[in-house]
Write a protein that binds this ligand. Structure first.
Ligand code: CP
Length: 324
């Protein structure tokens, strides 16, 4: 267990060691227990987290804000459209100035080709830790909550077959950050990670290569499958969600046309029956119900989506308590 992580940024879990991530999980479970029994845990009394959103959120905003209050501090909500960002406040002003007012800066900036660079630039200008609430490349707190959920429901991830799959959604080109964070993290825990996606929905090659390296180093496996049903077969964990085809095209109409070919990539009862009989179904939410996944699956006996959403709170509190 690591006892000094003060000041660390959380931009991607890949920059944290296994031992450090184990520490996050350990602290998260302790905080979860303390909340369950009503034991006060005001480790961040008088501390303030700035939360800067360039994109909408339900779970991320609500869980960071609740988490800071439960830790005895305060979370300051900032929406990029109601700041002076449009009038000249750059990453330098945000990092320098918010870093002087606050004890941590959390940012969601998912714009393709911009988000990760922006968060890293703020971190370089900031004297306090910067927490990535989702960028175009990574969603580290989602992946940490997912890992905790898998450990709680399936035990040690080593040897588990985890199907990280594309699913169809008509709503918009969702970031690649969730599948990329998952394949990076779960391969470090020795899981057999299966990335299932149509050919047009590739992930960033350097991240895929890194996931394969992680799998080799941690004696798991990593494979890519292009058939939706094949991806489901025998999986201990089914994690099927939509993402965009930004590496194929950034044109909205063209991407909509490509996506339409995969309208039948919906997690339904027949697909879940292809997985292991004790499989768990996961999704970070929001899900396009009856498009990405049927009501019967997301509300059914295999689904763990609400436990997964709850774990966002506990892992985020752990990282804030350790770093701020
Ligand atoms: N899973 C997730 O990040 O949810 P929100 O977009 O609602 O924050």
């Amino acid at each position: 267990m690591q006892s000094y992580l003060r000041g660390r940024d959380m931009i991607t879990t890949q920059e944290w060691t296994r031992d450090e991530i184990d520490t996050i999980l350990d602290v998260a479970l302790d905080l979860k227990r303390k909340r369950a029994v009503g034991e006060p845990h005001a480790y961040l009394r008088d501390k303030v987290l700035a939360m800067l959103f360039f994109f909408s959120s339900t779970r991320t905003r609500a869980s960071f804000e609740a988490g800071m209050a439960q830790l005895g501090g305060h979370a300051q909500f900032m929406d990029s459209t109601t700041t002076q960002i449009g009038h000249g406040d750059t990453w330098k002003e945000i990092g320098e100035i918010l870093g002087r007012y606050n004890d941590g800066i959390a940012i969601r900036q998912v714009d393709w080709g911009i988000g990760n660079d922006y968060i890293r630039a703020v971190a370089a200008a900031s004297r306090v830790p910067v927490l990535n609430m989702q960028c175009d490349h990574y969603h580290p707190f989602q992946a940490l909550a997912d890992l905790l959920t898998i450990v709680e429901h399936k035990g040690d991830p080593k040897g588990l077959t985890v199907n990280v799959s594309y699913a169809y959604a008509a709503s918009y080109q969702k970031p690649l950050s969730v599948p990329q964070s998952l394949i990076l993290l779960l391969t470090r825990y020795g899981a057999n990670v299966r990335l299932t996606r149509p050919p047009e929905f590739k992930l960033i090659p350097e991240i895929v290569d890194r996931a394969a390296e992680n799998a080799r180093a941690h004696h798991g496996s990593f494979e890519i499958v292009e058939d939706f049903d094949e991806g489901m077969r025998g999986a201990d964990v089914v994690y099927a969600k939509s993402w965009g085809c930004m590496l194929t095209t950034t044109d909205h109409d063209e991407s909509a046309k490509i996506s339409e070919q995969y309208e039948d990539w919906i997690t339904d009862e027949r697909r879940i029956a292809l997985a292991d009989e004790d499989t768990i179904y996961m999704h970070p939410l929001p899900a396009d119900r009856n498009v990405e996944v049927t009501d019967g699956v997301i509300d059914g006996p295999h689904s763990r989506v609400f436990d997964e959403a709850e774990n966002r709170l506990h892992v985020q509190k752990a990282v804030m308590a350790l770093t701020m």
